[in-house]
Ligand binder design. Structure first.
Ligand SMILES: NC(=O)c1ccc[n+]([C@@H]2O[C@H](COP(=O)([O-])OP(=O)(O)OC[C@H]3O[C@@H](n4cnc5c(N)ncnc54)[C@H](O)[C@@H]3O)[C@@H](O)[C@H]2O)c1
Length: 310
């Protein structure tokens, strides 16, 4: 994991790992500049130096749902770069093919996480490939429809709840027997800033993401005695295609320009910037590593302090 080190006197002899996350400090800054300033999203981070922190992730067996694209892909790569064994699933055939070519060390299944039969087959394949399971990342989620509640198509409501919430149940119930045999077991459920704030025009998504928090809290208590940690991670506005689609939908629903909606969205974020998928992945790596072994039942926000969703 990248560790920010400020000032002199910092440890110089950090062990160099075979699998490194990120590249030189220069390129990390360059990436941050691209993520933030190129999109007009705020100022870049202060000049910080980064070095590696050994988190003992090498060898962990990790399953990431919806891991061929977006945040899931970043999470899968981050674990793999640290030496974990990673299996992903996704429904996007093109993205799965691309992953096979770009990251052959990550194994993958074509699975819709709302289909319980397919999820059972996913677990057979993943456990076979990984030789067990230490970490389940319930990442799959869709934006769902944008509109006032009376305009929302009931089928769209159902689908949003199925992908964002029920899929986590579908996977967790099959993961638990394997996680009980792990020395460092944890489940991460992707929620959202919309899982702790009201989100107008997005009632299915908001309901599902609040549901994820409730599911997480219940499991953390149920599974604590088995040494299985369960946490929710709550991204804010994550720079990328998906948030662009969401903001476009809002602009259309409100008769506003895209820039106006984006400004409105960032007005509710204390740090005045979107976050990156990499920052979400970094948080998840830490929590799932042995260093995070005292963390369970938490809702961990990575959102630049998002106080308001519009
Ligand atoms: N992007 C954001 O701004 C943001 C903010 C808060 C929370 N989140 C949450 O983070 C998670 C990942 O979001 P993202 O932005 O990477 O999403 P995304 O829309 O980029 O989709 C990522 C992947 O999910 C796959 N997928 C969709 N439906 C699936 C299904 N039924 N079964 C298996 N795979 C499926 C897609 O094929 C895609 O590869 C979601 O739970 C999302 O709600 C995202």
């Amino acid at each position: 994991m990248r560790r920010a080190v400020i000032g002199a006197g910092a440890k110089q002899d950090a062990r160099k790992r075979a699998f490194r996350i990120g590249a030189s400090p220069g390129s990390a800054r360059a990436r941050n500049r691209l993520d933030c300033t190129q999109r007009g999203l705020g100022k870049e981070s202060p000049d910080i130096r980064e070095e590696d922190m050994d988190m003992d992730i090498a060898g962990l067996r990790v399953l990431v749902t919806a891991g061929a694209g977006g945040i899931g892909l970043e999470i899968a790569r981050a674990f793999a770069q640290e030496g974990a064994k990673v299996h992903v699933c996704d429904v996007d055939d093109e993205a799965l093919d691309a992953l096979q070519a770009s990251d052959p060390q990550i194994s993958a299944s074509r699975t819709d996480v709302t289909d319980r039969k397919a999820v059972a087959a996913l677990f057979d394949e993943a456990i076979d490939r990984l030789g067990g399971l230490d970490v389940l990342v319930n990442n799959a989620g869709i934006a769902g429809p944008t509109g006032r509640v009376e305009e929302i198509n009931p089928e769209d409501w159902d689908r949003c709840l199925e992908v964002c919430l029920t899929s986590q149940f579908n996977c967790a119930r099959l993961a638990v027997p394997h996680l009980r045999r792990s020395e460092n077991a944890s489940i991460i459920n992707l929620s959202s800033a919309a899982g702790k704030l009201g989100f107008p025009l997005r009632s299915p998504y908001g309901a599902a993401k609040w549901g994820v928090i409730g599911f997480t809290k219940a499991l953390a208590i149920e599974l604590g005695e088995d040494g299985i940690r369960v946490n929710a991670v709550l991204p804010g506005l994550v720079a990328g295609d998906r948030i662009r689609r969401v903001l476009e939908g809002k602009a259309q629903a409100r008769g506003m320009s895209y820039a106006e909606v984006e400004d409105q969205a960032l007005a509710g974020v204390s740090l005045k910037t979107m976050v990156t998928a990499r920052q979400i992945a970094d948080q998840i790596l830490f929590v799932c590593s042995p260093r995070g072994r005292a963390i369970s039942g938490q809702s961990l926000s990575v959102c630049g302090d998002t106080r308001l969703l519009v």
